[in-house]
Design a protein around this ligand. Structure first.
Ligand SMILES: *[C@@H]1O[C@H](CO)[C@@H](O)[C@H](O)[C@H]1NC(C)=O
Ligand SMILES: *[C@@H]1O[C@H](CO)[C@@H](O)[C@H](O)[C@H]1NC(C)=O
Ligand SMILES: *[C@@H]1O[C@H](CO)[C@@H](O)[C@H](O)[C@H]1NC(C)=O
Ligand SMILES: *[C@@H]1O[C@H](CO)[C@@H](O)[C@H](O)[C@H]1NC(C)=O
Ligand SMILES: *[C@@H]1O[C@H](CO)[C@@H](O)[C@H](O)[C@H]1NC(C)=O
Ligand SMILES: *[C@@H]1O[C@H](CO)[C@@H](O)[C@H](O)[C@H]1NC(C)=O
Ligand SMILES: *[C@@H]1O[C@H](CO)[C@@H](O)[C@H](O)[C@H]1NC(C)=O
Ligand SMILES: *[C@@H]1O[C@H](CO)[C@@H](O)[C@H](O)[C@H]1NC(C)=O
Ligand SMILES: *[C@@H]1O[C@H](CO)[C@@H](O)[C@H](O)[C@H]1NC(C)=O
Ligand SMILES: *[C@@H]1O[C@H](CO)[C@@H](O)[C@H](O)[C@H]1NC(C)=O
Ligand SMILES: *[C@@H]1O[C@H](CO)[C@@H](O)[C@H](O)[C@H]1NC(C)=O
Ligand SMILES: *[C@@H]1O[C@H](CO)[C@@H](O)[C@H](O)[C@H]1NC(C)=O
Length: 809
């Protein structure tokens, strides 16, 4: 919050104890002046403080973690009342009649005064433990939210107000609790037409409509400070203050692709994502900029006569026809045309001297857009659009937004057989007809979306490289030197795990963050390639994914720096003392301390198991569907599911198989390590791997979570028949014998015989049965799996798994 620097600077003071901390402010106190910068009002438990420029903030670990959640503002918008703060005469006081007012100008003119009524006569100003500044019974800051909603804060006006929240810079507004707008342009909806209801004390964001659906939760039951803030970049985020470090953690955000937020970049610029949460605004070819964030303009003007202009094709670029710098400047600057083909679309643009570019969508509906101004440009594979920019024909700028690369690599260590992309619209239709005849429709959809993923993926990586974005510091993962990591890990002394990809050490950064440093063996590719891959991994940002903070690429050393997840991996909790699985795994977990391996771990209760399953499902759904680069995990197993303090699960090792060299991927140890979790089509047929392979692995993990047994360990122990197959056995228990309680972990079974628990177990097992279908196309998508677990879709009876069995080598 750049507009409030003064405010942010003063909070360290109460923490340093020299300050005057007031529990309340009343008529008995002397007037409160800006010069009394050490005077703060503090909530009983000390989570919140209030001080000059009349604002309330959360007490964070240091000044950057100190979020301002409310400030005295003008009633019409979010602008702070600050014009007279510097005025030495300004003061806040309660007068004899009990009126609280902030006066300035030496003449007692109130520049801010909360509503009062007759019963406020003896009132005091206090800050309560929810973060509300309260004056008497009549007024509280909760009734006038600006950009932040706290837990337990009701939305004034029941959410129908035109301005529910507004970013502190005044540019972005949450309208009627449902839609984000830049000026009058909407760019995001809360969720499927719902509107925001409130943020509950246990961290759930509730929606109205339906039955109070949940859109996000950090699953914390403990009392944490949480806030929902419409940030200055136009994104709506849910933050949770980590209790130990008192740092903010983003647990949910509405917009995943920041570039789709209107007004992010200036005129004619193209927004390109950089790192997990920042963007870069670059000039298109033939254009240049005067200032670092001002608009870009053509280097040379064309006349539009003769042949002095040409069109430069930029793939995956789209512009909007909306407003730009001034919110009233609303166009329209775009016309939609209905041409027969690309040539005609170009001709229409060329005929109009004002047309600066046209957009064309290949395939399907052949959309043709004609632009008279370049506004809100962004690069994203999701646009499925190419923009043809009109520049002088002599222009020879290089064009970074070009072509799809031939280099096709996947996240999975298998060879891929892909359909060759059709060249022209006509042949597309023919090919589609032929393929549809040959394969099931689902299979086709799967393959096509996989191809789309490859396009997106390789395109993004090329982009980053061509634009030189890999050298931009902002937002991306931090680069550490070998010496820094050596110091952080005390000379690589504390080994916490050895896995297929390398050895993991525990360490602590100079800012006291605990980290897990993974030293990779045999990394393929050069430094630039490593950088590009790491950037992509670092962009993956989800509550249930282990966060990567940085990397090291010194000479031939390759290391990744992750957040340290304290509780170790799920297998230790599931298979402890029985199940026969723990020793069978080829690898150990990354974050587990080897000395703790033998320790008795607490038994996870059913509710915790369910939360873990749901969290993992959401994380994988995010990898598959939501993040820009659609990524397959390929190694989902309990060892790769780490647990936080509160048993919130974090999936680790995603994207890693890309980093290691081919040779290593096919060693026996690796195959043994994932034995039991690999989908049939992968193990036996060596077929193309799609996201459905992860769904299978997840299904197996889900059964293990319920049963507390390793899938293959269970088999040896219980029957020893070669034909025994866990999914088949579970299917019979559920649908034939109807004895679901035989599946549930015997150590906890006794405590769960009520209807609600039985329903939870049933939902988990039936979802697993769908995930474990032999035929990949029969398995639901990971997003659907998460919904099945949530109980928001009905689970029909699946087909019985056939007698497939993972071969023992
Ligand atoms: C604020 O507190 C600091 C010590 O933390 C002290 O040095 C300073 O004089 C105080 N300022 C005022 C205006 O009281
Ligand atoms: C103010 O002081 C008077 C007299 O000491 C006391 O009776 C009254 O309760 C005080 N008011 C507040 C709000 O503290
Ligand atoms: C404050 O926190 C930021 C990141 O949250 C960190 O970079 C910085 O070093 C911290 N400063 C202090 C004084 O702890
Ligand atoms: C009080 O002072 C402010 C500026 O300091 C001025 O705008 C306002 O007109 C003054 N009011 C009166 C009643 O003098
Ligand atoms: C703080 O005040 C707000 C608004 O007056 C109220 O809704 C909330 O329940 C209060 N919280 C506590 C802990 O008293
Ligand atoms: C005045 O305060 C009383 C509580 O003391 C409250 O019930 C009433 O609604 C308030 N009136 C106004 C106009 O805010
Ligand atoms: C939030 O919404 C729920 C569901 O309607 C309701 O039970 C609860 O009282 C609301 N909380 C607040 C603070 O409005
Ligand atoms: C809300 O916005 C609509 C349309 O923009 C306008 O007609 C209406 O008057 C506004 N309502 C309020 C209370 O400002
Ligand atoms: C938001 O929802 C409205 C109506 O449901 C729809 O017309 C609009 O296109 C949606 N906007 C976005 C950005 O999804
Ligand atoms: C924009 O201009 C600044 C200096 O004015 C320059 O440093 C920067 O590289 C330019 N950016 C682009 C994308 O052209
Ligand atoms: C665009 O650039 C102008 C001039 O540098 C600046 O005043 C304006 O705020 C910028 N607009 C946006 C949306 O960044
Ligand atoms: C192009 O034309 C515009 C207005 O027509 C003018 O402002 C601009 O300076 C011209 N640019 C060049 C490079 O001549």
């Amino acid at each position: 919050m750049a507009s409030l620097p003064f405010l942010c600077l003063i909070l360290l003071v109460p923490l340093l104890a020299a300050a005057q901390r007031m529990p309340s402010f009343s008529a008995n106190d002397t007037a409160w002046r800006p010069a009394d910068s050490n005077r703060t009002l503090v909530s009983p438990q000390g989570d919140f403080a209030a001080g000059y420029r009349f604002a309330v903030w959360v007490v964070g670990a240091n000044s950057t973690d100190r979020a301002v959640i409310w400030y005295a503002h003008k009633s019409a918008d979010s602008s702070p009342i600050d014009a007279v703060v510097a005025d030495g005469t300004s003061a806040l006081a309660v007068d004899a009649s009990g009126r609280l007012a902030w006066t300035a100008g030496g003449n007692n003119t109130a520049i801010w005064s909360p509503a009062m009524n007759s019963s406020t006569g003896t009132a005091v100003l206090q800050l309560n433990d929810s973060g509300s500044l309260v004056y008497g019974a009549a007024w509280s800051s909760f009734s006038e939210p600006i950009n932040t909603l706290m837990a337990g804060q009701a939305i004034p006006g029941g959410g129908s107000a035109n301005r529910t929240l507004q970013s502190a810079n005044g540019r972005y507004t949450l309208v009627k609790s449902a839609t984000l707008q830049y000026g009058n342009l909407m760019y995001a909806n809360i969720s499927g037409g719902g509107s925001l209801l409130n943020l509950t004390n246990d961290g759930k964001l509730l929606l109205s409509g339906g039955n109070g659906q949940l859109i996000a939760s950090d699953q914390g039951t403990s009392k944490r400070v949480r806030r929902l803030t419409l940030d200055d970049d136009g994104n709506l985020r849910l933050y949770s203050l980590l209790p130990k470090t008192r740092r903010w953690n983003v647990v949910w955000q509405l917009v995943q692709e920041l570039c789709t937020i209107r007004g992010t970049c200036n005129a004619s610029r193209i927004c390109v994502p950089v790192g997990a949460d920042s963007v870069s605004c670059v000039c298109p070819p033939g254009y240049r900029n005067a200032t670092a964030d001002g608009p870009c303009a053509p280097k040379q003007n064309y006349t539009g006569r003769g042949n002095d202009d040409k069109f430069v094709r930029m793939d995956f670029i789209s512009f909007s026809g909306g407003a730009l710098n001034t919110l009233s400047d609303s166009g329209p600057w775009m016309k939609k045309q209905t041409p027969q083909n690309l040539a005609e679309c170009e001709r229409i643009c060329r005929q109009d001297a004002g047309c600066v570019a046209f957009g064309y969508k290949f395939g399907g509906d052949r959309t043709c857009l004609q632009y008279n101004r370049l506004v809100d440009g962004y690069w994203s594979p999701a646009t499925e659009m190419s923009t043809y920019l009109r520049v002088v024909s002599s222009d020879n700028d290089s064009n970074p937004f070009t072509g799809m690369t031939d280099m096709i690599q996947t996240v999975c260590p298998v060879r891929l057989a892909l359909p060759v992309p059709p060249k022209q619209a006509k042949t597309t239709i023919r090919n589609v007809a032929i393929i549809t005849a040959l394969f099931a429709v689902e299979l086709l959809a799967g393959v096509l979306s996989f191809w789309a993923f490859l396009r997106k993926y390789s395109q993004y990586r090329e982009m980053a490289r061509t634009l030189g974005l890999e050298y931009l510091p902002a937002g991306g993962p931090r680069r550490f030197s070998h010496a820094e990591l050596k110091a952080a890990t005390k000379d690589f002394s504390d080994v916490v795990g050895r896995g297929a990809y390398g050895t993991v050490y525990r360490g602590e950064l100079p800012d006291r963050r605990a980290v897990a440093v993974k030293q990779l063996h045999s990394v393929g590719g050069g430094e630039a390639e490593f950088w590009a891959e790491v950037t992509i991994i670092a962009r993956m940002h989800h509550l249930n994914l282990v966060r990567m903070w940085g990397f090291c690429a010194d000479r031939d050393q390759r290391m990744l720096v992750y957040e340290y997840v304290p509780n170790g991996s799920l297998d230790k909790y599931l298979f402890a003392g029985g199940g026969g699985g723990a020793a069978a795994a080829g690898e150990e977990n990354d974050n587990s301390s080897s000395s703790e391996q033998q320790q008795q771990q607490p038994l996870l209760d059913l509710h915790t198991r369910y939360r873990i399953a749901l969290g993992v499902a959401r994380a994988i759904a995010y990898l598959h569907e939501e993040c820009l680069e659609w990524v397959l995990h390929c190694d989902i197993k309990p060892e790769n599911i780490l647990l936080e303090d509160d048993f919130c699960p974090k999936v680790s090792d995603f994207g890693l198989s890309k980093l290691t060299s081919k040779r290593d991927k096919v060693t026996m140890s690796r195959i043994r390590g994932t034995r039991g979790y690999m989908a049939p089509e992968w193990v036996i047929h060596r077929e193309p791997i799609t996201a459905k392979a992860d769904v299978y692995s997840f299904g197996m993990v889900l059964l293990e979570i319920v049963s507390g047994r390793r899938n293959y360990g269970f088999r040896q122990e219980s029957v020893g028949s070669e034909d025994w197959y866990f999914p088949k056995w579970a299917y019979e228990k559920v649908y034939v014998e109807r004895r679901i309680d035989d599946i549930i972990d015997p150590r906890i079974a006794a405590s769960y015989d009520d209807a609600a628990s039985v329903a939870t177990v049933e939902r988990m097992v039936k979802t697993a049965m769908w995930c474990l279908q032999d035929r990949a196309e029969m398995r639901p998508s990971m997003g659907k799996v998460a919904k099945m677990l949530e109980g928001s879709v009905e689970i029909t009876d699946p087909v019985k798994p056939t007698i497939f069995c993972v071969q023992d080598d």
